[in-house]
Design a protein around this ligand. Structure first.
Ligand code: ADP
Ligand code: MG
Length: 319
């Protein structure tokens, strides 16, 4: 039997826990825990491609850009995206390489800087809502609007909070993974590839069909579904901080979803059971993957990952 290929999308908590500051040591500790689970799947013979979020890391780096701007020029959001792919990719690459070596496996690990193309006409550019970077006071927000006329500032906290404004950007739909062929070739030659970090660096075509970066944040689960499609993955495994997607989430009659069909999940999704900035995109990404022809899509927590693949833990969406 041919070896199955899994694309794993790691959620925020795989790298930084909500209660942590995000020191290098904290992040490395989390990445090590995550890598141990990944190595279990490698030992079982699966071919893997890994993707990950970058929200907290990009947030911190944007604050550093602003704070250091008097001495060195702040770099734009697309460049910050590339930097966090390098940062997180490095941490994962080091941990995985060490653990793979301990197991005497011969699997080279590589992380790539990865661009994902979006449409400059994506409707989300008309109504951006994804907050990025530092919080500002009303005065700071107004001053920034003068220096950066293309920035859109939004009040994201109640009036009583001083620093309640934040820059918001669009979250356009991923159309094309620009390094797809490179990733496929690496996977085919036996490499473990880390790609599409933070949903990929958003790029658009200019009038000459040349790529250029754009200020946006692509959802990492939707970009992960694209990645899973282009590498021809059998399984798309979305790992987050809950073991299952639930219906009636947070209500007394909350129910965990186990194995279910595409049609059932589609119905629940349309009924609005899943949070729009959180579980919603995961469910949509899982549904898309099955639409693309994937065998099964799974949503579960890191500690359930192996059981989900080898048994049927978590929420599993079948064709
Ligand atoms: P990640 O960083 O892994 O992408 P998110 O915080 O974006 O994670 O999404 C996971 C969160 O989605 C859960 O912690 C939970 O609070 C929330 N959520 C919203 N709706 C649901 C639901 N219907 N079932 C389970 N979790 C849900
Ligand atoms: Mg999150």
């Amino acid at each position: 039997m041919a070896r199955k290929t899994i694309v794993i999308a790691l959620g925020g908590n795989a790298i930084k826990q909500a209660n942590e500051q995000g020191t290098y040591e904290e992040q490395m500790r989390n990445v090590l825990i995550t890598s141990k689970e990944i190595v279990k799947l490698l030992k079982a013979g699966y071919r893997l491609v890994i993707t990950h979020g970058n929200g907290p890391q990009a947030g911190s780096l944007l604050i550093q850009q602003e704070a250091g701007n008097k001495e060195v020029p702040a770099q734009p959001l697309d460049a910050v995206g590339g930097m966090t792919q390098g940062q997180i990719g490095y941490m994962m690459q080091q941990c995985l390489t060490n653990l793979i070596g301990d197991e005497r496996l011969q699997i080279p690990v590589v992380s790539i800087v990865n661009q994902v193309r979006v449409s400059a006409d994506d409707p989300d550019f008309n109504n951006p809502s994804k907050p990025v970077g530092p919080f500002y006071s009303k005065d700071e927000a107004e001053q920034l609007k003068v220096i950066k006329p293309d920035w859109i500032m939004k009040e994201v906290k109640p009036q009583t909070v001083e620093k309640r404004f934040r820059r918001v950007v669009a979250s356009p739909d991923p159309i094309q993974n620009m390094e797809a062929i490179a990733i496929r070739r690496m996977l085919d030659s036996g490499l473990l590839v880390i790609a599409s970090g933070g949903g990929g660096i958003p790029v658009v075509y200019d009038e000459n069909r040349h790529l250029k970066g754009i200020a946006a944040v692509i959802d990492k689960d939707l970009a992960g579904a694209k990645l899973a499609e282009v590498v021809g993955a059998d399984i798309f495994l979305i790992l987050t901080d809950v073991s299952n997607a639930c219906i009636q989430y947070g209500k007394p009659d909350e129910k965990k979803l186990g194995v279910l069909s595409y049609d059932e999940m589609k119905k629940y999704s349309q009924e609005g059971h899943f949070g729009s900035g959180s579980m919603g995109p995961k469910v949509n990404a899982a549904l898309r993957f099955v639409e693309y022809g994937g065998e099964r899509a799974i949503i579960t927590s890191l500690d359930q990952a192996f059981e989900a693949i080898t048994k049927s833990a978590g929420t599993q969406i079948l064709k």
